[in-house]
Design a protein around this ligand. Structure first.
Ligand code: NAG
Ligand code: NAG
Ligand code: NAG
Ligand code: NAG
Ligand code: NAG
Ligand code: NAG
Ligand code: NAG
Length: 490
């Protein structure tokens, strides 16, 4: 456990002083063997969600997309997963005669289409990804036959097809949506229709284990907790491959309420992720995996390096809670602050995704080494069921902004419990000048000394590790505010 030596310090406080700001040079002690190990279900839990209408653009118009994927694949030594979906999946209808992948009008610059059609070549592009894909199909418009026709074409075309979603965020449907047929929209009505559609789609395809169910935005009103028992009662769990929740810690659309300081703060990250514990438990109770099917930071703070620090902590925290994987949403190209890359630039959050992917790579279990009460996050990552971690992740989520005039503070973490014979550990550091740094503004992050080229997504710079001495099974690691490191223990 991670414990600041508060008990001792409180003895030294003068009378009448009720709180104490911990000196920045104080050492935090961390026993790396003290964690409670939980399974990691995927080789690459950090995936991408591509907004339905924007998907063809990401693969046809953005030259760096394949290399940005390749870097993530290399980091996990696996295939990064994709979900194609979002709000516009529920505005889209399949047209088997359409020769282009998708056809739509953008009503306002930077906006999303109000309706669209897509054709068979949409699925050719999905096949071209050569990786596991979840495809979000329409339910809101109440055209079951159209959704079945699309699903049949997808099954024929996409070899990596993992599951279909039947509708996106039904929490937000209203009585005036065609699917509601003028009835007031409730969790019970949604569950009834979800289950009916699952049965119809599964039977038309002749396939079990084919639906990513739920796809809820704001549990618990609409939730896995509420849906899963009804799936069980109706004997439809054999159709369900996974359950999915969506999550945006501040706001999906951003706005004035977003705040990078609070987004990053580890104790808030843990508190937010913990609100989903009943969802994970509800899926486990019926023996099904659960994923964060669409998630990201949200808002104007999203392109910053601080959001990369958030992403790394959030992904590890969600995996530790029991989510099998997370799909980080990528919206309208050129107008999506949380996207990892765009037409001409790579953005800072991409570095957080690479960091979390590399940390989880090859590992079979994870533990939280801290209790979530401070801004310092620590995770153990294990290749075996028991014992000493292979890697330790340390994240200092203190906000270091470009308006700070003082020297960058740091925190030393004293790791104990390492093998007594161990001489040294290697450290790979994720850093940037400030939490507010943005690559497109020239404040380029580095991960192990490497940055990613805006145009090609190729690695730039020589990879570098810091070697730290180990004495009697202990090593001291310094992590500056708004930085993260992977400590490799071998
Ligand atoms: C589709 O969206 C366009 C605007 O982008 C609108 O003019 C048109 O009426 C919409 N069509 C339907 C069927 O909603
Ligand atoms: C949907 O397809 C079924 C089976 O092909 C057909 O019987 C039914 O009429 C179709 N419904 C609509 C609304 O087109
Ligand atoms: C829903 O109600 C509106 C207004 O009461 C009516 O105009 C419309 O035809 C109804 N739609 C259906 C599908 O019943
Ligand atoms: C089956 O699903 C329906 C519709 O969601 C629900 O009302 C019912 O309770 C479920 N049956 C059981 C036995 O859970
Ligand atoms: C963000 O939140 C922090 C902590 O609550 C607060 O001190 C800061 O003023 C907020 N920043 C903005 C820009 O609102
Ligand atoms: C600090 O960073 C923010 C966000 O990148 C930027 O808008 C602002 O201009 C920067 N301010 C300074 C003083 O560099
Ligand atoms: C990306 O573009 C920005 C803005 O033009 C530039 O300052 C930065 O150096 C570029 N980053 C890399 C890694 O090439």
């Amino acid at each position: 456990m991670l414990s600041k030596d508060l008990a001792l310090l409180s003895l030294l406080l003068p009378l009448g002083v009720s709180s104490y700001v911990l000196p920045r040079d104080s050492t935090v002690k961390l026993d790396v063997t003290a964690g409670d190990q939980r399974p990691i279900y995927d080789a690459a839990p950090v995936g991408l969600s591509l907004e339905f209408f924007a998907f063809p653009g990401y693969v046809q118009d953005v030259a760096s997309t394949s290399q940005c994927f390749a870097n993530l694949d290399a980091a996990s030594q696996s295939q990064t997963r994709v979900r194609i979906g979002g709000t516009t999946q529920d505005r889209a209808l399949y047209d088997a005669t359409l020769t282009s992948p998708a056809q739509f009008v953008i009503p306002t610059p930077g906006g999303a289409p109000l309706n669209l059609t897509y054709g068979p070549s949409f699925f050719d592009l999905a096949e071209g990804l050569k990786r596991p894909v979840v495809i979000g199909l329409n339910r809101r418009l109440n055209q079951l036959n159209n959704t079945i026709a699309a699903a049949k074409q997808a099954i024929k075309t996409v070899s990596g097809l993992f599951a279909f979603e039947l509708g996106n965020e039904p929490d937000l449907y209203t009585a005036t949506d065609p699917i509601a047929n003028n009835h007031s929209w409730t969790p019970a009505l949604d569950a009834k229709i979800q289950i009916d559609w699952q049965k119809a789609v599964s039977s038309a395809l002749g396939k079990d284990d084919i639906v990513e169910a739920g796809v809820f935005l704001q549990p618990p009103k609409f939730s896995v907790q509420e849906l899963a028992p009804q799936e069980q009662g109706n004997n439809t769990l054999h159709i369900v491959r996974t359950f999915a929740d969506h999550a945006y810690p501040q706001s999906a659309c951003g706005g004035s309420k977003t705040n990078l300081t609070t987004l990053m703060d580890h104790s808030r990250v843990k508190a937010f992720v913990d609100t989903f514990k009943p969802e994970v438990e509800a899926a486990a109770a019926v023996g099904k995996p659960v994923v964060l099917g669409e998630t990201n930071s949200g808002g104007g703070i999203s392109p910053t390096f601080g959001a990369a620090i958030w992403l790394a902590d959030y992904a590890l925290q969600a995996v530790n809670l029991g989510y099998s994987r997370l799909y980080f949403h990528q919206g309208t190209i050129g107008n999506s602050p949380y996207s990892w890359w765009g037409a001409t630039k790579v953005f800072a959050p991409y570095y957080g995704a690479l960091f979390a992917t590399e940390a989880l790579s090859g590992m079979s279990s994870i533990s939280a080494l801290d209790d979530g009460s401070t801004s310092l996050a620590a995770y153990g990552l294990y290749a075996e069921d028991k014992g000493v971690p292979k890697k330790v992740v340390l994240i200092n989520t203190d906000y270091y902004s470009n308006t700070t005039t003082t020297e960058r503070p740091s925190q030393t973490l004293s790791l104990s419990g390492l093998d007594n014979g161990l001489q040294s550990v290697n450290v790979k550091r994720l850093t940037a000048p400030y939490a507010t740094s943005q690559q497109e503004l020239g404040q380029v992050p580095t991960f192990g000394g490497v940055s990613y080229d805006n145009a090609t997504c190729n690695a730039v710079g020589d990879e570098k590790y810091e070697q730290l001495a180990v004495h009697n099974g202990c090593a001291n690691v310094e992590v500056y505010s708004s930085e993260a490191v992977i400590v490799y223990i071998s």
